[in-house]
Design a protein around this ligand. Sequence first.
Ligand SMILES: *Cc1c(COP(=O)(O)O)cnc(C)c1O
Length: 375
Amino acid sequence: MEFRDLKAQYNELKGEIDEAISDVLTEGNFIMGHQVIELERELADYVGVKHCITCANGTDALEMALMAWGIKEGDAVFVPDFTFFSSGEVVPLVGATPVFVDVYDDTFNINVENLEKEIERVIFEGVLRPRVIVAVDLFGQPADHKKIREIAEKYQLLVLEDSAQGFGGSIEGKKACGFGDIGTTSFFPAKPLGCYGDGGAVFTNDDEWAGTLRSIRIHGKGTGKYDNVRIGRNSRLDTIQAAILLVKLKNFKKVELDRVNRVAEFYSKELQEYVKVPYIKPGFYSSWAQYTIKLSNRRERDSLKNYLKDKGIPSMVYYPKPMHLQEAFSGIVTKKTEEGVLCDLVLSLPIHPYLKEGEMWYVVNSIKNFLNDHL
Ligand SMILES: *Cc1c(COP(=O)(O)O)cnc(C)c1O
């Protein structure tokens, strides 16, 4: 069994994908070909924002957003303590300081009460200037963007929505990637919408920021290719990846998002009496980058993981370590939070749109058997 079955997806789309790749090879425009422009228009339409700027990966997308806003040394950027490393990594890359914030242990997303407390603390200490909230849509469920927006307005902060895992999710019909002042996503193969390599995108309604981002991704270009008006990056999405994504996006909208939600529904219905299943807030819709259960303690979690492994079922611990304990941040971070506890309990199960019914039953029955034996 695969944790995320990319081969099954390829088999379903093989004809169209092979043709799309072969068209790029024939046309020979490997950098910024017409497929890149088409994809940006389709992604912007889907999310419901004015501009989409594709780039080389989801980490660059975050960094480019901070660059476009001029975030720099002396600025505080608030980041959830429980997320993938990139969400915080980009902050010191532009010279600013990450301030880690607790998450809710039911949605795994940023805790807005704790966020406000941390903002107040930074203001009180008077060393750093609060500038940005990184709102991560973790595991596919959008963060509580309404409350985050209220706090951002109260303290005049910018919201950077890290929707690397959230593409396709929504709140009352409004799509993820469109909640932040700038939203970003990743097309890493295992993300909800993945390509066949690295890729990413930035979304915004702001014309000026969009212009700056387009310049940053090509060496800070001005009006011409060899006119450079700022220090930028080389961070473009390859035409081949764009061509693949055009095929995959169509299928994502048509069947995949719906299918993956049906897998999650099945898991939750079957497992809710045995383990803590993911909590999706009313009105929220997840794109299920991960389906993450919680066990009662670390020993139980680790032995279930081993038990599943023996049965041929892959599972993953996202994430084993809170951000503030990462060695890379030692010396930058002083704040201690409690997220270590959550890291001991979580276990992510195989989930993707191509999971077969027999596989789903095998996963839930194996978990039930394990817990019946261990209670
Ligand atoms: C995957 C991921 C990223 C980074 O995306 P890459 O394309 O791998 O650079 C950033 N944030 C979160 C939450 C992610 O899961």
